[in-house]
Design a binder for this molecule. Structure first.
Ligand code: SF4
Length: 430
């Protein structure tokens, strides 16, 4: 029986002579992933995949050194951030925090600053918590899937990726990329958003991971999903495993994987304010300690789409004197469950806020520096603001990527002065 050939480890012969014959004999699989036939079929995958990976893999900074700390940091960064954004952030992060100890001892403000541009800042906090636990418990990162899995911020995928890449343990690492590749290879109609789908895919991969190249296999599968078997239209003509792919053969690949239970994201309209002082500082405030972007700095913003007049009134009611306004471009930021659709308004203040606001200390006199007495009570609403120069934004204060478009607008205003109003344009999601 052909499957016995695979199980007996003679994949070479099968691949070179009989993969097309196999495809003729096997009907597309339906339903759940882990079937003996599917495992047998996938047993043919490692050899051509690894051979392609050896020739075509991208040169990425985290592939130069498979030290467990480095692999772990890169995998956490890559969880929800594009490779291009991670490249720069990874090098910066490692240059300042090169090992578990330095990460465990880093001040939070520095940690947030180093994470800037990569989003999902709770990952950085979990990274630090996990570093402290790992150091205190094992003196380093453990060579065990279960122990890695017990650390904050490490789920099944990351535990499998770190275990295989850093320690050579033949553990599966299944994320959305891998689910997509498997669904296409097997022409499976399994809903990959169902919670059980990942476990089923792990069961499918576990027996076929080459014991001597577990880390490369993990990375090769991910690389295939990132470069060739991409979402939407896969590049089947360039695929090293197309001869094994049932989805390709059936012409169904571009419609896979099936995602039935995907919920639409909630859209929130927001108005973002650049409150700019005559000395070129911008107002920042802290977000609540729980929820979206917990504890991060943000540009002040309000729900809804406010006109410039409404925005002006809002801040004048809080005791600020607005000299001039400027409309800023629209921007969209996509979180996992929410989309922020933003408009922006720059408000150029007539007077410098009192010094105690810049220092975050409200107990000094409100009347100093000409701020009007009758506005004192209203100013209390603004007491949470701090004022940051462009240099402080660049070196100390981390602003989440959601505000990237408005941070850029602030940079342009500081460097070139207030501009003519922006034409209507929709900035790409950031
Ligand atoms: S042949 Fe096409 S669908 Fe199949 S694995 Fe390759 S890129 Fe993906």
């Amino acid at each position: 029986m052909k499957y016995d050939i695979v199980k007996n480890g003679r994949e070479d012969a099968l691949l070179s002579a009989a993969s097309s014959e196999l495809q003729e004999d096997i009907q597309p699989f339906e339903g759940k992933f882990p079937k003996a036939e599917q495992v047998a079929w996938l047993g043919c995958l490692p050899r051509p995949l690894l051979s392609w990976y050896d020739k075509e893999k991208r040169i990425l900074p985290w592939r130069e050194n498979t030290d467990p700390y480095r692999v772990w940091v890169s995998e956490i960064m890559l969880q929800q951030t594009r490779v291009e954004a991670v490249k720069e952030g990874y090098v910066r992060f490692l240059s300042v925090l090169p090992d578990l100890k330095s990460l465990a001892e880093a001040p939070e403000e520095l940690l947030m600053k180093l994470w800037e541009g990569m989003g999902y800042y709770s990952r950085a906090r979990n990274l630090q918590k996990a570093a402290r636990i790992a150091l205190a418990t094992w003196g380093g990162l453990p060579a065990s899937v279960e122990k890695l899995r017990s650390l904050p911020g490490i789920g099944d995928y990351t535990a499998g990726a770190v275990a295989s890449i850093a320690f050579g343990i033949p553990a599966p690492a299944v994320d959305g990329n891998v689910l997509r590749v498997l669904a296409r290879l097997l022409n499976s109609s399994r809903d990959v958003l169902e919670p059980a789908a990942k476990k089923e895919a792990e069961a499918l991969l576990r027996p076929i991971i080459p014991k001597d190249r577990a880390g490369d296999f993990t990375q090769a599968l991910m690389e295939l999903g990132a470069l060739i078997c991409v979402p939407g239209s896969p590049r089947c003509e360039a695929c090293p495993v197309s001869s094994l792919c049932l989805g390709f053969k059936a012409g169904t690949a571009s419609g896979l994987p099936v995602k039935k239970s995907k919920k639409a994201r909630r859209v929130e309209e927001r108005t973002v304010f650049l409150l700019i002082t005559p000395r070129g500082k911008v107002a920042l405030e802290k977000r609540p300690s729980k929820g979206l972007l917990a504890g991060m700095w943000q540009l002040p913003n309000a729900e809804g789409r406010l006109s410039r007049e409404q925005g002006c009134r809002l801040w004048e009611e809080k005791g600020f004197f607005v000299e001039q306004t400027q409309k800023l471009p629209r921007a969209v930021h996509i979180f996992s469950h929410i989309e922020w659709h933003m408009i922006g308004i720059a408000l150029f203040l007539r007077e410098e806020p009192p010094a105690e606001k810049a220092d975050g200390d409200r107990r000094q006199s409100d009347a100093q520096r000409g701020w009007r007495e009758e506005k004192k009570l209203r100013q209390s609403e603004s007491a949470t603001l701090v004022w940051a120069s462009l240099e402080e934004l660049r070196t100390e204060k981390a602003l989440p990527a959601a505000f990237r478009a408005y941070r850029k607008a602030f940079e342009e205003i500081v460097e070139k002065g207030p501009a003519e109003d922006e034409p209507e344009q929709l900035m790409l999601p950031v």
